[in-house]
Design a protein around this ligand. Structure first.
Ligand code: NAP
Length: 637
């Protein structure tokens, strides 16, 4: 069977192909040409002068000068037409040496040897999805309950179903997608490029924007759910209140909000980290409509209204520009300024050539995915590393971090000529990348420069019937109050009550430090798997979909051990979790996210510890979750 990524035959004319090529990433196109070329011509392409000069997050053209891009497109056109004339032969495989050379070419530098297997898996040059287990013998006797049908829950359901586990999915919303179902606020869009922010095993030829808006993302998860036949297994509009391990029966019993109970051998929590709204407990009362961004009141017409928005994180940053020209006035109350990463193409549409190339040019889509992943893979970790010898820790944590600070500051200040008042408010006073860095194409500062928008650098002291009083004592009049105040990511699995072996309550067991082996398995809680659990959020890059694919693969590895042993339970050894957690804690202590110079940070819990983030390199996490070590688990038979 032909490799699904090796390019389907096409009938387009030279002119049509040339028009499509104009939409493409030249580095990915050249690599596709390497596949199309006769093996004898490949080295010439890889060693020629038309080549990427480097790689960076969201830089799709490898810093190639315009004239080189043009020349490369002209060359590619001839190679594509030649491949068409030859009848679209399936590309000859590339050997390990050439693969390394192709990766190096793609990034305009060197891809470390430890990254090659992970990236090769992502590229799927052999057409095989290595993250799928295929049907597992014994799976049919182990029914699984998945709580949540967001991105991770849907993924788990797909993999479990493929492997033959009977599944039931419980979802509190009326549809799938989790965060992309709930967050309908104006301007909501993803900030990891979609040709990587999507399941690795699903086509990516349909995205209409590089960073899709919420309706397109929501539709994506719905469509994937239908395609894999998961909908018939989901109970929508039902919330799981309580899950209890029945020791005698080796079963999880899950009580739902309608009083019913679901029983299964395996329990998967895929409840997300960022969906319980954080609405600050501020004294006073506001008379007008007030709502949190994730519960957007579309029935409230903002046209001409005085609006106060509290919060300027990733959400406020998107919502404020989206409503600024509709409202009468907009006051943004920003307690802490945010660092932002320049991303001029943040709102760009995807040209028709991209989908065409993904469908028709060998591995174009896989190399484009590779380029996006590489730019966001582990490069951010270097900037987050604290150098204890670095003196000015309150402004940056290392030399690299200081370079990032300069780059970000220049980007911000460069947009604010003549607006020193705003510069003083929007340049953060803490080390860059210490809080979640936002993606910016100028729309945020563009909105702040509008006459009807005011940025207040303060907190909220109290509410009054007609507005908000900030912590400097200034009253801001409002018809509508919007809380863009984020979520409670440290309340893992709340408000669900989870009881494991010997009646141990999960939240009591965790206390203030939720922990799990690689964020997934917890001692004393057999057959329980957490997705997007403690220590798995990403602050340095990557994509949460990639992280979830790693976690689900680890879960499937555990279940494979269980099924093959005809076991009844699988449970991680406590010392394994203790050791991992100690390493995580130590690693976190070396990262900017734990910096004491950041006053407010949702990455930290009430005790001041960072328990939600993964401080390790993605390549390490990928390697650790890839193969489950049976020695780390106890299988009950
Ligand atoms: P957030 O980053 O936690 O931002 C909340 C904002 O509300 C901050 O400005 C925060 O100020 C402020 N705030 C919170 N409590 C406050 C209080 N008591 N008084 C005054 N201000 C207060 O939440 P978010 O913007 O919803 O984003 C959360 C996460 O969701 C993001 O980091 C990201 O992971 C995800 N997200 C992603 C996207 C995307 O991909 N494009 C979009 C939206 C959200 P401080 O900074 O001082 O705490």
């Amino acid at each position: 069977m032909r490799n699904p990524h090796s390019g389907a035959p096409f009938g387009e004319t030279e002119r049509e192909v040339a028009a499509y090529l104009a939409d493409l990433s030249v580095p990915a196109l050249l690599l596709s040409c390497v596949h199309m070329a006769e093996p004898s011509a490949r080295s010439e392409l890889l060693r020629g002068k038309l080549r990427p000069a480097g790689a960076m997050l969201n830089e799709f053209q490898g810093f190639m000068p315009e004239e080189d891009q043009e020349a490369a497109r002209a060359l590619a056109l001839q190679l594509v037409l030649d491949w068409q004339r030859r009848g679209f032969p399936e590309p000859e495989p590339v050997d390990a040496a050439m693969l390394q050379e192709m990766m190096n070419f793609a990034v305009g530098g060197a891809v470390g040897p430890e990254y090659v297997p992970m990236m090769a898996e992502e590229l799927e040059l052999d057409g095989l999805d290595q993250r799928a287990t295929g049907l597992l013998p014994g799976a049919s006797g182990l029914p699984a309950i998945v709580i949540g049908c967001g991105m991770s829950g849907l993924l788990a359901a797909i993999r479990l179903k493929e492997a033959g586990f009977p599944i039931v999915v419980i979802e509190k919303n009326e549809g799938p997608g989790g965060t992309w179902w709930e967050n309908t606020y104006p301007g909501a869009r993803v900030d990891v490029a979609n040709h990587f922010y999507c399941y690795s095993f699903e086509p990516a030829d349909h995205w209409t924007e590089y960073f899709a808006r919420q309706p397109e993302l929501r539709a994506y998860f719905e469509q994937v759910m239908h395609k894999h036949g998961i909908d018939e297994h989901v109970r929508f509009g039902r919330e799981a209140l309580e899950a209890t391990w029945d020791e005698e029966a080796n079963r999880w019993r899950v009580r739902l909000d309608d009083g019913s109970e679901v029983e299964g051998a395996v329990l998967v929590s895929a409840v997300g980290q960022l969906n319980r709204p954080n609405v600050p407990d501020v004294p006073g009362h506001f008379d007008g409509p007030a709502f949190h961004t994730s519960r957007w009141r579309h029935d409230v017409d903002l046209a001409g209204k005085d609006v106060v928005m509290v919060g300027a994180g990733a959400t406020g940053f998107q919502a404020a520009p989206a409503i600024a020209d509709t409202v009468g006035s907009l006051t943004v109350i920003q307690r802490t300024a945010q660092w932002m990463f320049p991303n001029p193409g943040y709102h760009d549409a995807v040209g028709p050539g991209v989908g065409w190339a993904i469908r028709h040019l060998p591995f174009y889509g896989r190399w484009f995915r590779f380029l996006i992943f590489w730019g966001g893979c582990d490069a951010g970790i270097a900037a987050a590393e604290v150098d204890p010898a670095w003196e000015a820790q309150e402004r940056s944590v290392s030399e690299v971090n200081e370079i990032v600070r300069t780059m970000f500051t220049d980007w911000i200040v460069g947009q604010l000529e003549g607006r020193d008042d705003l510069v003083a408010k929007v340049v953060p006073d803490y080390p860059p990348t210490g809080k979640r860095t936002l993606q910016d194409n100028g729309s945020w500062l563009g909105a702040l420069k509008r006459d009807n928008v005011e940025l207040v650098r303060a907190g909220v002291a109290r509410l009054e019937a007609d507005g908000v009083v900030d912590t400097d004592g200034v009253h801001h009049r409002a018809d509508v109050l919007i809380w863009a105040t984020g979520f409670r990511p440290n309340d893992f699995l709340m408000p669900m009550r989870v009881t494991g072996r010997d009646g141990v309550d999960l939240h009591e067991f965790w206390g203030r430090r939720p922990r799990a082996h690689l964020g997934v398995t917890v001692p004393g809680f057999p057959n329980l798997f957490l997705l997007y659990g403690p220590g798995t959020n990403l602050a340095s890059g990557g994509s949460i979909i990639f992280a979830s694919e790693c976690e689900v693969r680890m879960m499937m590895g555990c279940l494979q051990i269980l099924a093959e042993a005809s076991g009844r339970s699988i449970e991680v050894r406590p010392e394994v979790v203790d050791e991992y957690d100690a390493r995580l804690r130590e690693e976190m202590g070396r990262k900017v996210w734990a910096s004491p110079h950041i006053r407010h940070n949702y990455y930290r819990n009430d005790a001041g510890e960072v328990v939600s983030l993964n401080p390790f390199r993605l390549v390490d996490y990928w390697g650790w979750t890839k193969d489950v070590s049976p020695a780390e688990y106890v299988v009950g038979t």
